[in-house]
Design a protein around this ligand. Structure first.
Ligand code: OSB
Ligand code: MG
Length: 379
């Protein structure tokens, strides 16, 4: 974090909120729903120097969490950016404190902070990786695999990702799609492939004995079996299964991380900057986990090249010792909105080294997929 304190402040002229429509290369089905097209909110911090770009990870609908893209834009325009000084020097590290009086809406806050941080880092010619404290220039790449119509489809899709070189497979599970598909994948591809599962809150406190049947498959972890507010329930399940419990949805801040760890609810934490209110809070989650000996990994939220680049900087921090959902752009998009999309090479992805997030926006393509644009304050 030392590089952050040294940065010169910047002066903002305002913010642009842009919505884009991008189809996924294939439907992504989880226990909470199926996504086929994304409606994504991008935040642009306008300055007299380089602009900064942030990506809001809120989904089209409030199914992963209570946030959704229309609400994120509404709260950003009407409640967040009005608190941020325009025309006066500001520092990205002050954004979270300024936005603190507004409850929750972490994905919206995270995107606004990311845009300001990107602009400030570009003005200072410092990369996200350097600013956040990265210690690696590339990271191993894992892929998240949705629920399929048939087990044959799942085998074919997982086989394709293994051929691509992904070094870790995460299978989405739900009641009725768990023991059998996981067993078939384990038997088909062998004991040596790193494998984990993600339930996105689909089980109950009574499902401990059922989830313990996954122990036979030597999984790296079981992610978020129970509802996000049931930390005690996870501690109960953790005593009934041998496989490590990992939390995603429940971890909304560094305070929540400390609480979950102290209550024995998880041995591993998935960090997503949007879910915790921004990359700076994500670093704070990383730090409290590191101090407590809890390894972390970087989650994904179907990001475009903007969020994907920032996630890679985060995933390069020292306590990210478990492979994350940091896949190549082509896993989700036929064409990305940046000129140099994340690519997979020998199972790894490269941490961007350029100023800010390091990406260059493909403005022609971005304009072609833009569905609306709002500038605040109106000039
Ligand atoms: O729970 O990790 C999750 C995507 C959208 C919402 C929640 C999750 C996911 C994923 C995809 O698993 C991870 C990725 O972007 O690669
Ligand atoms: Mg998850």
């Amino acid at each position: 974090m030392s590089r952050l304190a040294e940065l010169s402040p910047i002066v903002l002229r305002g913010f642009e909120f842009r919505r884009i429509a991008l189809p996924l290369v294939s439907p992504f089905r989880t226990s909470f729903g199926t996504e086929t097209d994304r409606d994504i909110l991008l935040v642009r911090a306008l300055t007299d120097g380089p602009d900064g770009w942030g990506e809001c990870v809120a989904g089209n609908d409030p199914l992963y969490s209570s946030e959704y893209v229309d609400a994120a834009q509404h709260v950003s325009v009407h409640h967040l950016v009005s608190r941020i000084p325009i025309g006066a020097p500001i520092h990205a590290v002050d954004v979270a404190r300024v936005l603190e009086p507004v409850k929750d809406h972490r994905m919206a806050k995270g995107a606004v902070e990311a845009a300001v941080l990107d602009a400030q880092l570009r003005a200072n010619d410092v990369s996200f990786a350097a600013a956040l404290g990265a210690v690696r220039d590339r990271v191993p790449s894992g892929v998240s695999v949705g629920i399929m119509d048939t087990i044959d489809d799942l085998v074919r899709v997982v086989g394709g990702y293994l051929d691509d070189g992904y070094v870790r497979i995460k299978l989405k599970i739900e009641p009725g799609w768990d023991i059998e598909p996981v067993g078939v994948i384990r038997r088909t591809f062998g004991d040596s492939i790193p494998l984990q599962v993600d339930a996105n809150t689909a089980y109950t406190r009574d499902d401990g004995p059922h989830l313990a049947r996954l122990d036979q498959f030597d999984l790296l972890l079981i992610e978020q079996p129970l509802p996000e507010d049931d930390v005690t329930g996870h501690a109960i399940i953790a005593k009934q299964v041998a496989t490590a419990i990992c939390l995603d949805e429940s971890i909304v801040s560094s305070r929540a991380a400390v609480d979950a760890i102290e209550r024995g609810a998880c041995r591993i934490i998935n960090i997503k900057a949007g879910r915790v209110g921004g990359y700076l809070e994500a670093v704070a989650v990383h730090d409290v986990c590191r101090e407590r000996g809890v390894p972390v990994w970087c989650g994904g939220m179907l990001e475009t090249g903007i969020g994907r680049a920032m996630n890679l900087a985060l995933a390069a921090l020292p306590n990210f010792t478990i492979t994350g959902d940091v896949s190549a752009s082509e896993r989700f998009w036929r064409r990305d909105i940046v000129t140099d999309p994340v690519r997979l090479a020998n199972g790894h992805v490269t941490v961007p080294a350029g100023s800010g997030s390091g990406v260059i926006i493909d403005h022609d393509f971005l304009d072609s997929v833009t569905t609306s644009r709002v500038v605040v304050p109106q000039g």
